[in-house]
Design a protein around this ligand. Sequence first.
Ligand code: COA
Length: 387
Amino acid sequence: MVKVGIDKIGFFTSPYFIDMTELANRRHEEPGKFLIGLGQKQQAVIPPTQDVVTLAANAANKILTKADKDKIDTVIFGTETGIDNSKSAAIYVQALLGISKHARSFEIKQACYGGTAGLQMAVEHIRLHPDSQVLVLAADIARYGLQTPGEATQGGGAVAMLVAAEPRILEIEDKRSFYSDNIMDFWRPLYRRDAVVDGHYSNNVYIDFFKQTWQTYQRDYHCNIDDFQAMAFHLPYTKMGLKALRSIVNQSHHPERLLAQFESSRVYNACVGNLYTGSLYLSLISLLANSETLQHGDLVGLFSYGSGAQGEFYSGRISEQFDRRPLKTDMEAMLSKRQKLTISQYEEMYQAGLPLSGGDKQFDTASDHSPFILEGRHEDQRIYRQN
Ligand code: COA
């Protein structure tokens, strides 16, 4: 069978962040709760001049060549913070980036699972059409509201993945397990910008779905935990993945190895926060860039979870051609260039987006130097610009 998987991967987030110790102090919480209890050091703050379309366009812009743009025949956008109830965010990105108009473009939704659904659809498409390429986008802005328990687990950003035959990063295996159930742990009614969440219930369901999919995967593919060199998790906050890993790590003869790899897999998520659909893939980037022990051919398990809820466990092998250095250099350059906001500045920026009630709006774009920005809204249309 032809090898198919992630050939290129790119990440983009806001140029602004807050420090979690400062947020804890302002909210009269012990900093240890956010830093250790949740495992978060910093949180991306998304300015009004960025939405999921620009975040995704900025992420994809980092990885695509002109030849890729001509070859891509499908653009799949996974998001739960879409900008329109009808038109997909994928069409905007396709146009902004100059991707072939002969591609088909669409958006998919199942909470934080949408990126994985897109990735697996892309893999199946390339198995049938190995000469083509698919662009998978996973972009979100995680909002729970100021002074809510979920506030410490906000964030935002986008991951763009080019899926192709003979991939140079991760070969995705044709092995996976699913578990789904109709539950209300997290959702966002159409009239709300901020999510409704039953956080503790959500944590329990996440662990339950992880165990269900892990057991099914082991049973169906006759494997055990020590076949895996590392596991990457959907990380709404980084302690969540650690809790999931701890729930099975005693099955391993080398628990310390998996726990050490987990530390590599959460470095960037701890500095960005939650990006819903993209969180598992930011964790994968973090693992790939920061692990000094992962080798070509090593098997990585990936757990994807989308509230509501859908879980999937699947696996991939590190490609022979993979080189972690350019990925690490790019990630560290981007994160180190960000500007720290005071908590008051963050609170102001948080409220500054396009009003749900509609109306024209023009943003001050002078301080956003990202390649793609949102200028505002005119006659119910979002106005995008390339810098
Ligand atoms: N030092 C170290 N740890 C501390 C601490 C301190 N001073 N104070 C508290 N903690 C720990 C707690 O023990 C707890 O850890 P545990 O879960 O391992 O027991 C953790 O910090 C969080 O404390 P908790 O009291 O549970 O926080 P909370 O009730 O304010 O809310 C969430 C935490 C995660 C439930 C909340 O942020 C939330 O709902 N986030 C959204 C989750 C989400 O997105 N779910 C859907 C997608 S999967």
